[in-house]
Unconditional design. Sequence first.
Length: 280
Amino acid sequence: MYSQAELDAQYDQRSLVPDPSIYKQRRIAESVAARALLDCKLDVPYGPTKSEVLDIFLAPRTGAPIIIYFHGGAWKNGHKDDVSFPAPVYNDAGANFVTVNFDAVPVVMLEELVRQCRTAIAWIHRHADTFGGDNNRIFVSGHSSGGHVTAMMTTTDWEGVYGIPADVIKGAVPISGMFDLAPVVKSWRNSYLKLDEERAHALSPIHHIPAAKIPLVLGFGSGELTEFQRQSWDFASAWRAAGQECELIEVPDKNHFEVGAGYGGETNPIDEATFELMSL
């Protein structure tokens, strides 16, 4: 049992890595270079607000699979422009790489953030042929709060709400995420999330594992906060207990920010497992 101060520290990345700016600066620089280098469609609208736009980094051939990436930032920070950097590796492997932008908390409630991301997937499914993508091979990924969003995408009633196939997501890669929001609600993060227990339960993917078979690659770093490691271990256990496939990858000696910045690396075990998941 944590004290309040200990729980707050467990959900504050700066308690372990006081200055993560070096990782952010590297991601931004590499993302700028990726957008300049690659064949891409930028700021494509998928919804009515100015935040609802996405970038598509095109695979070298048509009919290629699509991997959709949701940025992190504690649900209140971050932007799609910060996470273009994995695109070169995924394009080289033969996949379309899509980064999604969305409104942040507390400008919108967390439910609306999740809804926007679901709408982006539905848009991509319906418009995949406009950029040479295969809408029968859509995969989702994200880091930190983006890992939570990624997991929430698997809980969606795609057929009933969006009129697209129930199995639209063929695999998911949540990285360093939070999958049970009950302890998050009790931490300092609820000062801006403003969740009650009922809403936290509804937004906790560990309680809503889908019937559709969706294999997971679930990654985290051995140098992360104890609670973030536990969240991944517990989610993997729950996923498997429901009869689902899950490959759990613990990246040695990497903290939370190193795991995020290392995504899209040529020798990253999470990427290697993702390529295998996508049959690349």
